[in-house]
Write a protein of this length. Structure first.
Length: 114
């Protein structure tokens, strides 16, 4: 199983980023996919999840209305569109797959700063 995140970087407050997570080594279309984040000194928290077919999504209250999770089962990829970014969104963002166990990517840094 391999999950590879990309798309992180430095962005100004109010800006946007789109994270991608490319999956391999398992049946992606049968996996619940999630994005988590961990800021320095804080616990890892779930930001968003999407079910296997993409018809159900759920968001943390802190990002609802600003972030959108989506998936392309033909490309084995899950996305996180992040708009109206705030300094408190600064964290390492991780992709997670739940399919007979939990699998994690290596993370991608998102820094929101002027």
């Amino acid at each position: 199983v391999q999950l590879v995140e990309s798309g992180g970087g430095l962005v100004q407050p109010g800006g946007s980023l789109r994270l991608s997570c490319a999956a391999s080594g398992f049946t992606f279309s049968s996996a619940l996919m999630s994005w988590y984040r961990q800021a320095p000194g804080k616990e890892r928290e779930r930001v968003a999840l999407i079910n296997e077919a993409g018809g159900y999504t759920n968001y943390a209250a802190s990002v609802r209305g600003r972030f959108t999770i989506s998936r392309d089962n033909a490309k084995n990829t899950v996305y996180l569109q992040m708009n109206s970014l705030k300094p408190e969104d600064t964290a390492v963002y991780y992709c997670r797959a739940d399919r007979g166990g939990a699998y994690w990517g290596q993370g991608t840094q998102v820094t929101v700063s002027s």
